[in-house]
Design a protein around this ligand. Structure first.
Ligand code: NAD
Length: 476
């Protein structure tokens, strides 16, 4: 059991104002695996005060000092990677081998990459007679979700700190245990008091206090579009910068000359990764009318190979959803999808499930109508929608791909590189993969439209936490 009764504020473990706790539930066993403090706005205030006090000294440290610290953090993090993996499997439920590679592997790489990119990201530029500097924005509140909890935390907290900011982290109340391990990494690495602070609790209490706090200069938020709207509103009273990384309903556009079996298999894998609880999941497969029957058969075959089971069993490809509430939400959306007239090809919300664990069956819908619930709503479960467009009409395929409030990711499949590049160029989304190209951890990550307005990762992810200053020099 992970019993956490204290918060990490000003370089020390301190007791929260109230003894209230939040239980963390293992989504496979449905049993508690630990608890964390249910902090309140007074605790959030103490953390912001500590971060504010630490800012002048920390922001004045040299780039070399911060790079050296990152390298120390990387070593300590690497030594704890098995503990991170076990903790994340127990609170998120993603299969262990994928958790190790993605949920722990990506953050581990980020320490090194940010150390490498820091000098370039913060380099001074000369524009005419002006020196243009990038200075740390100040105190940053980082508010994060549960689906890739550690990756989301590291993608904010690490670049903010290395840019010279000080941070208050409020992790997801659903999967907060990994954040305590990360606090230990910073503590062991000797990060000065107040540079990193951890306050656990709910969005409505701690989250809202941080977002509206006059001494917080920036909010970096990853989560649902609904919470993003509330945060943007609350933050506007103090004109703080708000970087939002929100939901998605991303499309894989398969052009008529594409390698269909490869495209369908890759789309199903993307859609079902982490049981569909991935913001960039390709949840809409958009195929030409004449290839529909073949695409539907291939999608069902690929989806059937997603074996449900214990996340710690290497044969498992699909773990449970994160919580009972998420399971109910996904099942309700599946029922609405059936009611909308789409064809249920596999899975659904009624077939028998394992006796325990918040599972959802791999589910495939065909003949989904543009504009219907299965085309528009982020489901965040293992549910694929197949839509069709008239053969050869790339513009019609693009209209479907761009026809939601979101714009986080997308994919294009074609044997013709020029045609694929033209379609990718017209997709209104922040991350587009052509023919299954791999994720690039150094490239900017973020959304168009209601998928958000921030950019994480690479040098862009460091610049996000800076203000630009122009100093005009007199003619000599
Ligand atoms: P959520 O919006 O419910 O919660 C995210 C975080 O915000 C939690 O820490 C929560 O406590 C806090 N919060 C909620 N309401 C708040 C408020 N009014 N004020 C301040 N804080 C508040 O999201 P979730 O269910 O944890 O995560 C799933 C969502 O996250 C999905 O919509 C998914 O697409 C999105 N997501 C986006 C990205 C991305 O990079 N674009 C990455 C991962 C997840």
């Amino acid at each position: 059991m992970h019993k956490h009764d204290q918060l990490y504020i000003d370089g020390r473990w301190v007791s929260p104002a109230s003894p209230r706790r939040i239980a963390v539930i293992n989504p496979y066993t449905e049993q508690p695996v630990g608890h964390v403090p249910d902090a309140d706005s007074g605790d959030a205030d103490s953390a912001v005060e500590a971060a504010r006090r630490a800012f002048p000294v920390w922001s004045a440290t040299s780039v070399d000092e911060r790079v050296a610290l990152l390298k120390r953090c990387h070593e300590i993090f690497t030594a704890k990677r098995d503990a991170f993996t076990a903790t994340l499997v127990s609170e998120v439920g993603m299969p262990a081998k994928l958790t190790r590679r993605i949920q722990v592997g990506l953050p581990m790489q980020q320490f090194d990459i940010f150390a490498d990119l820091l000098p370039t990201a913060l380099a001074e530029r000369q524009i005419g007679h002006s020196r243009v500097l990038r200075e740390p924005i100040g105190v940053v509140a980082c508010i994060t979700p549960w689906n890739y909890p550690l990756h989301q935390i590291v993608a904010k907290v690490v670049p903010a700190i290395v840019a010279g900011c000080t941070v208050v982290l409020k992790p997801s109340e659903v999967a907060p245990l990994n954040a305590f391990l990360l606090a230990e990494v910073f503590d062991e690495a000797g990060l000065p008091p107040g540079v990193f602070n951890l306050v656990t609790g709910y969005g409505a209490s701690v989250g809202q206090r941080l977002v509206s706090h006059p001494d917080v200069d920036m909010v970096s938020f990853t989560g649902s579009t609904a919470a993003g709207r509330a945060i943007g509103q609350a933050a506007s009273a103090t004109i703080k910068r708000v970087a939002l990384e929100l939901g998605g309903k991303s499309a894989a556009v398969v052009l008529d000359d594409a390698d269909l079996p490869t495209a369908v298999r890759a789309t199903v894998s993307s859609c079902f990764l982490n049981s569909g609880q991935t913001c960039t999941a390709l949840t809409r497969l958009v195929v030409p009318h004449s290839r529909y029957e073949e695409a539907a058969r291939l999608a069902v075959e690929a989806a059937e190979r997603f074996t449900l089971g214990d996340p710690n069993d290497d044969a498992t490809r699909l773990g449970p959803l994160v919580s009972r509430a998420q399971q109910e939400r996904v099942h309700a959306l599946i029922r609405r999808g059936i009611a909308s007239g789409a064809e249920l090809l596999l899975g659904g919300a009624e077939a028998p499930l394992p006796a325990r664990g918040y599972f959802c069956l791999p589910t495939v819908f065909g003949r989904v109508a543009p504009g219907s619930v299965l085309d528009q709503e982020e489901i965040f479960g293992p549910v694929l929608s197949i839509l069709t467009y008239p053969d050869g009409d790339d513009a019609a395929a693009l209209a479907i791909a761009n026809g939601t409030i979101y714009g986080l990711a997308g994919a294009v499949w074609s044997q013709d590189a020029g045609r694929a590049a033209r379609v990718a160029g017209k997709m209104r989304a922040g991350q587009i993969d052509i023919n299954g190209a791999a994720f690039n951890i150094r490239a900017p990550f973020g959304g168009f439209r209601q998928s958000g307005n921030g950019r994480e990762m690479g040098i862009y992810g460091i610049e996000e936490f800076t203000e630009l200053k122009a100093i005009q020099m007199p003619a000599s």
